[in-house]
Design a protein around this ligand. Structure first.
Ligand SMILES: [Zn+2]
Length: 496
């Protein structure tokens, strides 16, 4: 008989059968949850303790499905020391592309990547993230790919490893063959906790022939999902133009960002069933534009939240829920006050209509759904994760209601949802279960030896960081920026 875990007396989050992104229909009930093996087998008001079961006292805790992160670069933790041309948290997207992608990334050895990826995974798990779409740009050699996957596996995280399709030369040289080998290896794993995807940014500029060739290789390797950074504010071609020539996009795609997509792009995304990953903190910080989350939801487009780059923003879902919620409210409130439609709000500041909202239409319940079930829908995994239901995989987190920042929360559904979004933080995530395995308990990671991980990471971080600083000093940042600008077909007049 597989091992059992009984989670007793917590406030268990449920979604009603009619739950959608615009009508989340959530309810919290004081219940027990029984896990056997890697599945949830019972949820009821009171469940007797099965013989030999591990019992977790969940009194004064929210019991939630683990968070589903639809876009993160897990390997980047080792780059937190970047200060050139300015501190990483103060860089625009194009500056980030120069400092991280051009200068820092090539300096990571496969072992640097392993420790960096492991710390990234520990950070995610510790904050209650149980599933990640890992956009793995750093995979520059077979060893980099393999060590990154080793780290994810050892952390216990559930992930889609989106094998990053590099420029043509490495792809033709070794990546296409190696992706097949990795696909075979992941497919043979017993628990299927890590599956294969494709990270395919070059799709936005390659020819239809090249795209079809890459997609065929990925499919043959066992890739089930393709993810692409997609930035209408920065790109020269629209999604419709790309799809018209290649017919490559379908419901197995996740586009990250999608800020200020046109009505035609929204329509096509809905028709094709493409998922959208919104990463509020990086998007607001790095010049992507307004967060598209609620716009996508209103159009019936699958949408979830993501962290993106956790070297310049918080690595937990609480911050993302908060930023997406408050920025959506801010945009609506400004539009009402100024009496303009969404996009024209700032331009109309001279003659405001001065209306005020009677009530808020973007709620904490919406955010709870985006961070869990919405993410699972975006990744086409809602049949397995994203909610607590009998038969689903046991990816469960316990959020304490006893910390100074959350103590006193009422136990009704609306209050618990609000507390989860606007009061809780990563330290309140006391227990994390992934695939029926306890990976964090009483606030401590249990699958890895954190002190050992931390110390090894710091040895590698010190060396790679010194190399980054050295390379930064000899970099002509203006030249790098201009080269990137031209390669993205952004005219000089657009950069102010
Ligand atoms: Zn990204």
């Amino acid at each position: 008989m597989p091992a059992s875990i009984l989670i007793q007396g917590g406030h268990v989050l449920h979604f009603g059968p009619e739950s959608t992104a615009t009508n989340p229909s959530i309810i919290f009930k004081a219940q027990d949850v029984l896990v056997r093996g890697n599945k949830i087998v019972e949820i009821a008001d009171s469940i007797p303790v099965p013989p030999g079961a591990t019992v977790i006292d969940a009194k004064d805790h929210i019991v939630s499905p683990g968070f589903v992160d639809t876009h993160r670069h897990l390997w980047q933790a080792g780059m937190r020391g970047i200060v050139k041309p300015k501190p990483i948290a103060d860089q625009t997207l194009m500056e980030y592309m120069c400092s991280v992608r051009t200068v820092a990334q090539p300096l990571f050895s496969a072992e640097d990547m392993y420790w960096s990826q492991l710390v990234g995974a520990c950070e995610a798990i510790s904050a209650g993230v149980t599933t990640i779409l890992d956009q793995a740009q750093g995979s520059r050699s077979p060893a980099h790919v393999e060590r990154a996957i080793d780290a994810t596996r050892e952390s216990g995280l559930r992930s889609i490893y989106a094998y990053f399709r590099h420029e043509p030369e490495p792809w033709k040289e070794w990546q296409a063959k190696h992706m097949g080998e990795i696909g075979k290896m992941l497919h043979a794993s017993e628990d299927q906790r890590i599956t294969l995807g494709l990270g395919y940014d070059p799709i936005t500029w390659e020819s239809p022939e090249e795209i079809h060739e890459t997609m065929a290789i990925a499919k043959n390797a066992g890739s089930t999902l393709t993810t692409v950074h997609f930035l209408p504010t920065h790109f020269a071609r629209t999604l419709n133009e790309m799809h018209e020539s290649s017919h490559a996009f379908d419901s197995d795609f996740v586009l990250s960002h999608f800020n200020h997509a046109s009505a035609e792009e929204m329509k096509l995304t809905k028709e094709l069933g493409i998922g959208i990953s919104c990463t509020p903190e990086t998007e607001l910080a790095m010049s992507h534009g307004q967060v598209a989350l609620f716009d996508c939801a209103e159009q019936g487009i699958k949408a979830g939240l993501g962290i993106d780059t956790h070297i310049m923003c918080s690595g937990d879902m609480f911050g993302q829920m908060r930023l997406a919620l408050q920025s959506a409210r801010s945009i609506r409130n400004a539009s009402l006050y100024l009496g303009t439609s969404h996009g024209q709000a700032l331009a109309a500041a001279a003659s405001p209509a001065r209306k005020l909202p009677r009530s808020l239409i973007h709620t904490s319940a919406h955010m709870v759904r985006f961070a869990t079930l919405g993410g699972a829908e975006t990744l086409n995994m809602a049949d397995r994760v994203g909610s607590l239901e009998v038969g689903k995989l046991a990816d469960i987190i316990l959020i304490s209601l006893l910390s100074p920042n959350i103590l006193g929360t009422s136990r009704d559904t609306d209050s618990l949802a609000s507390a989860m979004v606007v009061l809780a933080n990563a330290h309140d995530v006391k227990t994390v279960i992934i695939d029926g395995e306890i990976v964090k308990k009483d606030g401590k990671l249990t699958k890895v030896n954190w002190e050992n991980v931390r110390d090894n990471f710091m040895v590698h971080h010190k060396e790679v960081n010194a190399n980054i600083q050295k390379a930064s000093e000899s970099t002509d940042w203006d030249k790098e920026f201009e080269m990137l600008r031209a390669s993205w077909y952004i005219g000089p007049e657009r950069v102010v």
